[in-house]
Design a protein around this ligand. Sequence first.
Ligand code: F6P
Length: 455
Amino acid sequence: MGRLVVVSNRVTLPDENRAGGLAVAVHGALRESGGLWFGWSGRIDPETSGQLRERHDGNIHYATMDLSHRDHADYYDGFANRTLWPLLHFRMDLVDYSRETHAGYRRVNALFAQKLVPLLHTDDTIWVHDYHLIPMAQQLRVHGVRCRLGFFLHVPMPSSDLLAALPDHARLFEDLSSYDLIGFQTTRDLERFQDYVRLFGRGRVIRSGVLETYGGHRLRAGAFPISIDTPMIASQAAAAISKASVRRLAASLSRRALAIGVDRLDYSKGLPERFRAFARYLERHPGQRGKLTYLQIAPVSRSGVAEYRALRGELEQLAGHINGGHADADWTPMRYVNRNYPHASLTGFYRLARVGLVTPLRDGMNLVAKEFVAAQDPEDPGVLVLSSFAGAARELHEALIVNPYDIDGVADAIEMAVTMPLAERRERWQAMMAQLQEHDIVAWRRDYLRALREG
Ligand code: F6P
C-alpha cells in the first residue's frame, strides 16, 4: 500500500489543539500508511505567499503554503465562501458570483497543484477534501499525475436546479469528473448529484454510484457519512466533568437545567431561528422561567464576508432582546458567547446539558450532534433536538427531529426535552449511541479509502 496524501484547505499540525472530525480522521489514516498533508497554512503574507512550509512528525509530512491578500480574498473569502458556500447550503439569495473571484479560485487551486506535484510519489493515493478544492484533480492531471484521486464533499450537495444556476456549473462538473471517487455525506446528497448529472451534466448515470463522464471516464460516487471518535469523546467527556471550566459552569447554573448550542457563527446554522424558538418556549411556558439556562457558544467565523458580520449584529440584538424581556434579578435565560473553548471542555459542557440544540437550516453532517450524544452520561443522558436538514438526522433517528424554520415546533421540542422521563431519555440515547459505536470515524475513513483504493 502506497502513501496517503491528504489535501484540504486547512491543515492541523500535530501541536495544534483542533480535535475536529477531519483532523482526527486524517491523522489516524496518515499514521497508518504514512503520508503527506497539504494545504493552506492559515496565514496571509505577501512576503512569503507561494512558499512551502514543511514539517515532519514521525511518518507524517506536513506541507503548507501562505497566501497573498489577493489570493485569499478571491479564493477563500470570494469564490469558496461567497459563491460556493451559500450555493451548497441552498442559499441562492446570498450567492455572489464574479468572474474575477472564480478566476482567483482556479488560480489558487492551480498554485496548490503546482506546489504539490514535486512532493508526490507514483503510488500515492490522493484524498482531496471539500468545496475549496474541487478543481484540484483536474489541475493535478494536467501535470501528469496518474495516482488514484478521491474527493469528499463535507457540505451538502444542493438540488440540481440550484446548482445549475451557477454560471460555471458545467466547469465544476468537469472538474469533479477528473476524480476516481466522490464521497458525499448522505444518500440524499448522492441522489441530488446524480439528478444533476441526469438533467444538466455531460455524462450519464450507469447505475447508482457509477457514472460515465467525459471521454468515457468512469467516475464512482457514494455516501460515506462522516463520524466521530466515539469512545474517545465518551471518555473525554466523563473525565472533563472534573475540569475547572466544567465545574465552574455547573456551579454557575445553581441546579438549573442547561440547554446548549455550539456552532460556528454561520448563517447556515439557523441561530436567529433557534434564539426565537427559545424565546417562544419562554413565552409559552411562564412556569419554566428561571428553570432552564441556554448557553450558546458561537465562535466568530469568516468575518471577511459581509453576511457573517451582519449575522453577528443580528444575534447580539436578539440575545439582548431575549434577556431584556425575560431575565430576572437572579437569572439570565441566555448566555451568548463568541469565544472558542478547548474541545475537552466542550465535551464536559455537553455532558452537563439536559438539552442539545443542533438546528441548522442546512448542514452536511454536523458533528456537534454526534459529539453531544457520545458525551452524555449513560445513567442520566440529555436529549438532542436536531434539525431534519442536518446530515446527522439521517442516522440519529431517536433525536427530537425538528424543522428549524418552525419556531413553535422547536419551542415544543425544547419543552419535550426538558420534561422527558428518564426511561425515555435512556432508551433514545442507547439507540443513538449504538449507531455511533458502529459507525465511527475509523469506519468512515476505512470505508472511503477502501472504496478509493480498490476502485
Ligand atoms: O464543514 C465545512 C467547513 O468549511 C470545513 O471545510 C472547515 O474546516 C469548516 O467548515 C470551518 O470553516 P473555515 O475553515 O472557513 O473556518
